[in-house]
Design a binder for this molecule. Sequence first.
Ligand SMILES: O=C(O)CCC(=O)C(=O)O
Length: 272
Amino acid sequence: MTYHAAQPFRVALIQAYIELGNPPENRSHMRTLMEQAVTAAQKPDLIVLPEMWNTGYALDRIHELADKEGAETREWVAAFAATHQVNVVAGSIAEKKSDGHVYNTMIVFDRTGAEVASYSKIHLFRLMEEEKYLQPGEEKVMFTLDGGIQAGAAICYDIRFPELARSLALSGSNLLIVPAEWPHPRLHHWRTLLTARAIENQMYVMACNRVGRSGDTDFFGHSLIIDPWGEVIAEGGEQEEIITGTMESALVQDVRGRIPVFEDRRPSLYDR
Ligand SMILES: O=C(O)CCC(=O)C(=O)O
């Protein structure tokens, strides 16, 4: 299927509960929610899952729980995408790569079930000791969906680094996709940072957060779809739900034309 700028692109964010350290249960739960998304009255063009949905933050057991080379996830999500002819950003998973390290990895499938990208989180979150258990990715990643949507990848803590989103926008992204496990009490940071990334880069931001309690941490949901003018198109509550919204790429060009931020930049004056 080829995307035309005038055509709306429907997105469904799966704001799910994640069971700590239980990949089989999480896989089955995620599949149930994805089935709900594709059988809704308006079928989505893209499904997005939250961060580390296979294991949650069971970091002390992550080497034993992580999906070996992402094989399990790749197999069933690719089949789901092809069966339902839907693009899927399979959130991120704990993936044990062939180098023996575990990464926090986003995997993207198109409507044929072909893998179009994989991105491992480049900024590891010290507050949750990610850096002690996980290996950071080493590259930014962009991918194209339906031949016309230029998406950039960011995972959770990555949104605190405006350089990443700006670099993706400068490379041509008109959409930032953000799987997350972002907890209370930082809802204000979540909303503000995502909105800022949308406004400053004049791009859509689609952020899928998990819900529910894990240990003594409460994850608040509030998944967001924000347009390039910074308007919130859809926002989740604090319970499990599927949040839907539509992207219209023409709006990106419209906003960039109205306030020509990219033309007005003075990169030679910025230190780094
Ligand atoms: O930056 C934050 O406040 C939350 C980040 C986070 O929870 C994560 O990256 O997993």
